[in-house]
Design a protein around this ligand. Structure first.
Ligand code: AMP
Length: 413
């Protein structure tokens, strides 16, 4: 077991060193087929948040500047293999044209004669967007003839969609086999990989991971993977109460996964064995019901009264956590420390975010990754005060779990 873990660690280090990015290619006279993540939120046909589009602009611009042309492919929503107008990528053509300052062409089907004629006649500096990949069931099933049909659109394949890197879909993984020696990561992918690897393989100690969120069950693999890498593991959020109860504490009506109590104790024992300091909350801010305006009381974290539920870490825990974070040189944060969506229970998450920002200003490297903690840093205006905010969502979580992601592997193979 131990040997496999070490090998995976070494392999991943080499992967980062060996990975090919678009900077390793000149795209002059070449058509780049780029898998992007344009799965943007839309309301009444209008884009409400274009962060994902903006993120890929440097990749597209580098290729155009080299003298290449660009074919973009993406999914949007979940049409599940059927043509549904509300999921059409035609809705983003105008916005993309404005952002790029290039008149973007559009292929109303991502494969077929019309699309091929458009992509094969592209001139340097031109951009073509293909219609939603998920209008074809072959995308999600990883169908290789669908992937082969897509591959006709480009000379070099670029994957810049980290958000779907954990899926073995036709456009994210299967297609790479048709571009032997001509495949690369775009800047979005490259940045995500380099920055997470910076944390996962850091020698800059102490290394501290803060893991919060609702449930232990969704974070078991992350905690287990981090156990081999970090010096301190700080636990917050709903999942803390499963650990506290497993240790014999009284947690009242707090969120507890009864079937994970043994596992919680196993994780605590493992931390001990690996000399990882496992920090659980010492005090708890409790509510008499799950509501923004609930009555509150403060108790020791292992003495929550019946009828009360812990919705945030208390001030002593915050101070203790901030002290550990302040001494850390490498910091990873995944998951909120409490129900930060309710102002009354947002203090733990906000103060931990501020402590990470403070440590970063003093030279620590900090990475925030995975769903709700990313929302929290945005909510508290801390996004530009940490070293890196991952946009990866589920893909980032799987990467932190130590899994090999098909979208990354396909480029490296
Ligand atoms: P996750 O997606 O597992 O990272 O969980 C994020 C969610 O956990 C957020 O919506 C939080 O409101 C919720 N959460 C955090 N702390 C608690 C808590 N003590 N009790 C219940 N839910 C919580």
């Amino acid at each position: 077991m131990r040997r496999v873990e070490v090998n995976a660690l070494l392999l991943s280090r080499f992967q980062t060193m060996l990975m090919k990015t678009i900077d390793d290619f000149s795209f002059e006279g070449q058509r780049a087929l780029i898998r992007v993540d344009f799965n943007v939120p839309l309301k009444d046909g209008k884009i409400t948040d274009d962060t994902r589009i903006q993120a890929t602009i440097p990749t597209i611009q580098k290729i155009l500047k080299d003298g290449g042309s660009v074919v973009l492919m993406s999914h949007l929503g979940r049409p599940k293999g059927e043509v549904k107008p509300e999921f059409s990528l035609s809705q983003i053509v105008e916005h993309l044209s404005n952002v790029l300052n290039v008149s973007v062409k559009f292929a109303a089907n991502c494969i077929g004669d019309d699309a091929e004629s458009l992509s094969s006649s592209l001139k340097p500096g031109e951009v073509l967007l293909l219609e939603n990949l998920r209008y074809h069931a072959g995308e999600e099933s990883g169908d290789s003839s669908f992937a082969r049909a897509l591959a006709t659109h480009g000379d070099i394949y670029v994957n810049d969609a980290f958000g779907t890197a954990h899926r073995a879909h036709a456009s994210t993984a299967v297609i790479a086999q048709f571009f032997e020696g001509k495949k690369a990561f775009g800047y979005v992918m490259g940045n995500e990989i380099v920055n997470v690897d910076k944390v996962l393989h850091s020698d800059d100690r102490p290394i501290t991971a803060i893991v919060g969120g609702a449930k232990v069950s969704s974070k078991i693999d992350i905690i287990t993977n981090l156990m081999d890498r970090v010096d301190h593991l700080i636990i917050g959020g709903g999942m803390a109460y499963t650990f506290l109860k497993a240790q014999g504490g009284k947690v009242g009506n707090s969120l507890v996964e009864e079937d994970k109590l043994d596992l919680a104790n196993e994780l605590l024992a493992k931390a001990d064995e690996k000399n990882v300091v496992f920090h659980l909350p010492v005090d708890s801010l409790n509510a008499d019901n799950f509501a923004a305006d609930a009555n509150t009381n403060l108790s020791a974290a292992d003495a929550v009264e019946d009828g009360w539920m812990g919705l945030d870490v208390g001030p002593e825990s915050i101070a203790k956590y901030a002290e550990v974070i302040g001494k850390s040189k490498t910091i990873l944060w995944n998951g909120p420390l409490g129900v930060f969506e309710f102002e009354a229970f947002s203090k733990g998450t906000r103060e931990v975010g501020l402590a990470i920002a403070d440590a970063t200003s003093k030279g620590a490297f900090s990475l925030v990754g995975g769903g709700d903690s990313v929302a929290a840093v945005k909510q508290f205006n801390l996004a530009d005060k940490v070293s890196y905010v991952s946009t990866g969502g589920g893909a980032m979580l799987e990467y932190l779990e130590g899994k090999s992601l098909p979208g990354i592997q396909a480029i490296l193979d």
